[in-house]
Design a protein around this ligand. Structure first.
Ligand code: 5GP
Ligand code: ZN
Length: 109
């Protein structure tokens, strides 16, 4: 696993509350949730963009995303992964958002 001293997500790997942890990935709640249950899945390997991440660091990502999406209880959700400032990436450590989408009142009728 590589890590960068100045990377906030590399620091979280060491000392924050974890929802899911495997040898290669970590999941935790987003500090600024845009929906109730908004959480993040990251590889422990420090890579800024998805294209920098070795394939062998990806295996546990998809099962974690599915597990978390299910755990939120939301029937509808977004999985989001931003790369580069113009694409709204703020933290330069690969991360996948799990964002539950609560049903609108209108959807339930
Ligand atoms: P991005 O825009 O890079 O795709 O998303 C970065 C996400 O990381 C944002 O949703 C932001 O709220 C979250 N974030 C930034 N710093 C921290 C932090 O220190 N702790 C946690 N848990 N989330 C963070
Ligand atoms: Zn990092």
């Amino acid at each position: 696993m590589s890590s960068l001293a100045s990377c906030i997500f590399c620091k979280i790997i060491k000392d924050r509350m974890k929802l899911i942890e495997t040898d290669t990935i970590l999941a935790f709640m987003d500090i600024g949730p845009i929906a109730r249950g908004h959480c993040l899945v990251i590889p422990k390997y420090h890579a800024a963009k998805l294209t920098d991440l070795p394939d062998d660091q990806m295996a546990d990502i998809l099962p974690a995303l599915k597990k978390l999406a299910k755990a939120t209880g939301a029937e509808n959700y977004n999985i989001l992964q931003n790369n580069g400032r113009p694409a709204h990436q703020e933290v330069d450590h690969v991360h996948f958002h799990v964002i539950p989408k609560p049903a609108d009142r209108g959807d339930q009728e």
